[in-house]
Design a protein around this ligand. Structure first.
Ligand SMILES: Cc1ncc(C[n+]2csc(CCOP(=O)(O)OP(=O)(O)O)c2C)c(N)n1
Ligand SMILES: [Mg+2]
Length: 327
């Protein structure tokens, strides 16, 4: 991994982590009134995605979508303002954390309904195919979304039509409080099951950044070259509670040992210590990166807090109704 690449990944991961830590820190103030699903611990895959994807490509995501929105280039101020329910938010303050969208970078939306954005992403790929563009459509989904019927319909349709879709499954082992062991037969590999449906698959680990980056690059290149859809499954782990700013290891659905095991594999810490070992003289540069990001984030919260709430008279107006979708 080149130094330049490591630094770029570090920037993305640190920015995503710090944004979410700040949301968690301020959440108890009661000014963010929507539920938040934080992905602290899961940042490596979005960071790799940010380095791999073009802004003209499409992406859709889930209820846990802050990192994907930011990785695609979504506007930070507009995201924080959205979470605060302000008129300057990316969905004009009408959607909250689970309805992020930034059409200027083809981040086409997120949904609170598990599995809901999957067919939307497939439809976007169909539009690219019909128009003959070289765009690909990336669909972020969790392991829980594999259990929705629409997932199978969508994979099947994408396979039959050879659509330029990249499915990116972040397998954090849980759907709310249910581990995979109570939801799927023992020994089932999600990737193998999907492969049996006739599409290419790959398996990676969120803490093995270099291998995961190669995997995603190869998959994006193949999909863009017209070889049909591809499904990637990455192991990862959310640190905070399923929904909210706190921790929930005390309620008994997962063990403290498991949590600590994953924290020891923290991709951000691993990358930072790797950087300081390979280039000890870089510490000042890393500190400067952190400082700039911290300032950017504080400014985004200031923007959100000082923005106006939406007008009651505009409550029923569409968010993007008059805007053209960009190619
Ligand atoms: C159709 C539907 N069923 C159930 C829910 C409740 N729900 C919200 S998030 C979630 C878990 C989804 O798990 P996963 O896809 O693995 O994503 P993660 O939360 O782990 O990121 C569930 C079941 C929902 N929002 N929509
Ligand atoms: Mg999950």
């Amino acid at each position: 991994m080149t130094l330049e690449n490591s630094l770029a990944l570090f920037k993305h991961m640190y920015r995503i982590r710090t944004v979410e830590e700040e949301i968690a820190r301020r959440y108890p103030q009661g000014k963010m009134r929507c539920p938040v699903h934080l992905s602290i611990g899961q940042e490596s895959i979005p960071a790799i995605f940010a380095k791999t994807i073009h802004s003209r490509d499409f992406a859709v995501s889930t209820h846990r979508g802050h990192a994907h929105y930011l990785a695609k280039g979504g506007d930070l101020n507009a995201m924080i303002a959205e979470i605060y329910g302000k008129a300057t938010g990316c969905a004009k303050g009408k959607g909250g954390s689970m309805h992020l969208i930034d059409l200027s970078v083809n981040f086409m939306g997120t949904s609170a309904i598990v599995g809901n954005s999957i067919p939307v992403g497939v439809g976007l790929a169909l539009s690219a195919q019909i128009k003959g563009t070289d765009q690909i459509s990336c669909i972020f989904l969790g392991d829980g979304a594999i259990e929705e019927g629409v997932f199978y319909e969508s994979v099947n349709f994408a396979a039959v039509r050879k659509l330029p879709v990249l499915f990116i499954c972040e397998n954090n082992l849980y759907s709310v409080y249910s581990p995979l062991s109570v939801r799927q037969p023992q020994g089932r590999s999600i990737a193998k099951m999907v492969e049996a449906m006739g599409i290419q698959v790959g398996v990676g680990h969120g803490s093995d950044i270099l291998t995961s980056q190669q995997l995603m690059r190869q998959a994006v290149n193949k999909v863009r070259a017209g070889s049909g859809p591809c499904f990637l499954e990455f192991s990862t782990y959310r640190w905070r509670e399923h929904c909210g700013h706190s921790f929930d290891n005390d309620i008994g659905y997962r063990t403290q040992e498991e949590f600590l095991e994953w924290q020891a594999k923290d991709p951000l810490l691993l990358l930072e210590s790797n950087l300081s070992q390979t280039a000890p003289n870089l510490s000042q540069q890393v500190d400067a990166i952190k400082e700039l990001i911290n300032l950017e984030i504080q400014a985004a919260f200031e923007f959100a807090e000082t923005s106006p709430f939406p007008l009651q008279s505009e409550a029923y107006q569409g968010v993007y109704a008059t805007q053209e979708l960009s190619e």
